[in-house]
Design a protein around this ligand. Structure first.
Ligand SMILES: [Zn+2]
Ligand SMILES: [Zn+2]
Length: 324
């Protein structure tokens, strides 16, 4: 049996929970050493995304492979690995064959319809247990698996070295986005209303810190805040061919006040979510090379309820990571 913490209803309280260990032929059983608490976990716990109970949250997992299925070839017992939002896919469709596993119709999330990382162990298909470079420390690497992957994908897709990137919102996602964009050779502007975040943003690598975007200044704007922006202001802030990427799913509608703001200059608005396994590997290698790390508050797994509350009330600076 696998020992975990589960929420059983919308009361939102994590309680001890056990489930049967079933390691498939291409699965690995990972002993969880660390698991970050993501805002998506809080949405799941609070029932914002439907009835997903019993729920074992946790999808920013670092641990050690303890058992492997008979057909596992990419990892071995004793390897340190990371597991993010996705823990399996069909492995046979066109998307999977092209290493675009996120787009597989049978994309299996780690903690929806499957039990996640608030646990002593977790099971994942070997393709989604990504080897962790030795240079990365486990606690500060755990948030790379979801928060880091989420911001890495659009920075990787839409920028080249020398581009100008604006990061809106300096929190769990934003503080990693600054470091990743900087490591990719971009000129990085942090945009935040909280002036107390300027010193920290610059320490993380931001070249500039502003409370509002400049006009015609950015090749990429990454909105990591879970709100919709004044789009006339943000589209005007893009350079020609620039892209505005929305990451959070804000509850209200995005409004584009004047479509000429989008049409003039061939600008784009895009969404983005998580990262394919080979892209997570690229991110982990970049993180090892450039010392990219999440700022974390480590708490014991037994304090998971308190950690969830800190995340829910935006008290975490910037990520709570649970440790076994
Ligand atoms: Zn997440
Ligand atoms: Zn597939």
């Amino acid at each position: 049996m696998i020992k975990a913490l589960a929420v059983k209803d919308t009361t939102g309280k994590l309680q001890p929970f056990e489930y049967q260990e079933e390691v498939g032929v291409t699965d690995v059983l990972v002993r969880v050493t660390h698991c970050g608490i993501c805002h998506s976990d809080v949405h799941l716990i609070d029932g914002d995304w439907g009835d997903v109970y019993p729920l074992v949250p946790g999808h920013e997992i670092v641990g050690v492979v303890e058992k492997v299925g008979v057909d596992v070839h990419s990892t071995q017992i004793g390897d340190r690995v990371g597991i993010g939002w996705q823990c399996n896919s069909c492995g046979a469709c066109k998307q999977c064959s092209n290493h675009k596993e996120v787009f597989c119709k049978d994309n299996q999330p780690t903690c929806m319809g499957h039990f996640g990382g608030f646990a002593e162990h977790v099971i994942a298909d070997e393709r989604f247990a990504i080897p962790l470079p030795d240079a990365l420390e486990s606690a500060s690497a755990a948030p790379l698996l979801c928060a880091g992957a989420t911001v890495f994908t659009p920075i990787d897709q839409y920028t080249k070295p020398g581009d100008s990137v604006a990061i809106v919102g300096i929190g769990g996602l934003g503080h990693l986005a600054i470091q990743i964009a900087k490591a990719k050779g971009c000129f990085v502007t942090a945009i935040s209303q909280s002036s107390d975040k300027e010193v920290m943003s610059r320490e993380l690598g931001a070249d500039d810190f502003v409370s509002a975007p400049a006009v015609g200044a950015y090749d990429l704007i990454l909105n990591t805040a879970n709100v919709n922006m004044q789009m006339h202001e943000y589209l005007a802030a893009l350079k020609p061919n620039g892209t505005f990427v929305q990451l959070g799913i804000a509850p209200d509608a995005m409004v584009i006040e004047d479509i000429t703001n989008l049409v003039d200059g061939n600008k784009s608005i895009a969404g983005s979510a998580i990262a394919h396994p080979h892209k997570i590997q690229e991110l982990l290698d970049l993180a090892a090379q450039h010392n990219i790390r999440a700022t974390v508050q480590v708490m014991n797994m037994s304090e998971a309820n308190a950690g969830v509350e800190m995340t829910r009330s935006n008290q975490a600076r910037f990520r709570v990571v649970l440790e076994n």
